[in-house]
Write a protein that binds this ligand. Structure first.
Ligand SMILES: Cc1cc2nc3c(=O)[nH]c(=O)nc-3n(C[C@H](O)[C@H](O)[C@H](O)COP(=O)(O)O)c2cc1C
Length: 343
């Protein structure tokens, strides 16, 4: 694939750039590519198709939330071979996110640290952009709350974002697991989670969108008993699925040689290769606890076809990745699809 060869050739140069500048540049180029008539989606092997929470996915592999927060490159993700893309996190009102620098990479370990803090154009702008979506790519809308909104009013924010985004996407993911919005992860506790989910399900009904799945995205850092309680509360609520996991606060996933360097970067969540074992432990615990009550989307450190295959064999309905795409390049999606089709 030409794009992959170009990415690989340019990678040393890209990795010398500030990560957020590289991201912005890639998005500018990506937007031009999306307008290019020659941008063609690959024909996906029919054996890749999966049904999950009532939706038919052309491939079980999806792009995790956070890369295309504003739904700017949907035709490109389709052309790479993703079966779905989770856009967002979208907050109801626009907000700039945390001050820069807020994105760091550790290529030798395939790790990224981010404390973006939900930089978002806001739900209105993103909803408008979603009017022109390519066919054949499923789109999830990942929703969050604005930083300035107090935790007690979180439900209002999720509802405001839902009203605008839900009519334009195939499923909704509620992000209560980013480590970069103070207090957000507290919403995972059952006493906070139950009214949040009930409020969202009531709104879904009000809007006549009962058929549209709502998923909940979990952190990998909950204590095992707390995780069980969260899973039980989610399963009892009437939502349709879980995503495990978001980034981790655990610096123990970094090799000792690089830990001091990562500590110096400061606050934020870690993703990528080193997260894989931890995210897998969490998803296995969640799957065991669920006992089939809800489907689960695996996410966290997946970077090879073997790991995606293993996630599905563990019992996940779908798999998502983000960080590996940055380090491995756009050809990774096709390579994983090929392995999944042969599995
Ligand atoms: C720079 C960056 C920004 C992210 N932003 C979001 C976000 O806005 N919402 C979200 O739910 N997850 C976000 N994530 C987390 C990813 O969706 C994913 O859960 C996590 O990175 C683990 O998967 P990975 O190891 O394949 O990257 C972000 C991750 C990165 C690296």
């Amino acid at each position: 694939m030409l794009l992959d060869a170009l990415y690989r050739a340019a990678r040393p140069w890209i990795f010398r750039m500030d990560p957020e500048r590289a991201h912005d540049l890639a998005f500018s180029l990506g937007e031009r590519l999306c307008d290019w008539p020659g941008l063609d989606a690959p024909k996906l092997d029919p054996s890749l198709a999966r049904t999950a929470f009532g939706l038919r996915f052309p491939s079980p592999l999806g792009l995790a939330a956070g890369l295309d927060k504003g739904a700017r490159l949907l035709p490109l993700w389709k052309a790479l071979g993703f079966g779905h893309v989770e856009i967002g996190t979208v907050t109801p009102r626009p907000q700039p996110g945390n001050p820069k620098p807020r994105l760091f990479r550790l290529p030798e370990e395939g790790l990224i640290l981010n404390r973006m803090g939900f930089n978002s154009e806001g739900a209105e702008v993103v909803a408008e952009r979603l009017r022109s979506r390519p066919d054949g790519l499923l789109v999830g809308g990942n929703l969050g709350k604005n930083k300035a909104t107090p935790e007690e009013a979180a439900l209002d924010d999720y509802r405001d974002a839902y009203r605008l985004i839900a009519p334009r996407v195939d499923y909704i993911a509620l992000n209560i697991s980013s480590p970069n919005t103070p207090g957000l992860r507290d919403l995972q506790a059952p006493e906070a989670l139950k009214p949040l989910l009930a409020g969202m399900l009531a709104l879904r009904k009000e809007m006549g969108l009962e058929a549209q799945p709502i998923l909940l995205k979990l952190a990998p850092d909950l204590a095992p008993e707390d995780l069980d309680a969260t899973v039980d509360a989610a399963a009892a609520s009437g939502i349709d699925g879980l995503i495990a996991t978001n980034t981790t606060l655990d610096r123990g996933i970094v090799s000792e040689a690089n830990r001091a360097r990562v500590e110096r970067w400061g606050a934020g969540g870690l993703s990528g290769r080193g997260l894989h074992a931890k995210a897998r432990d969490v998803r296995k615990r969640v799957l065991a606890r669920l006992g089939g009550r809800l489907p689960l989307v695996a996410c966290g450190g997946i970077s090879t076809g073997a790991e995606a295959t293993e996630a599905l064999a563990d019992g996940a309905a779908l798999a998502q990745l983000y960080t590996a795409l940055i380090f491995e390049g756009p050809g990774l999606v096709g390579r994983i699809n090929k392995e999944l089709a042969g599995a």
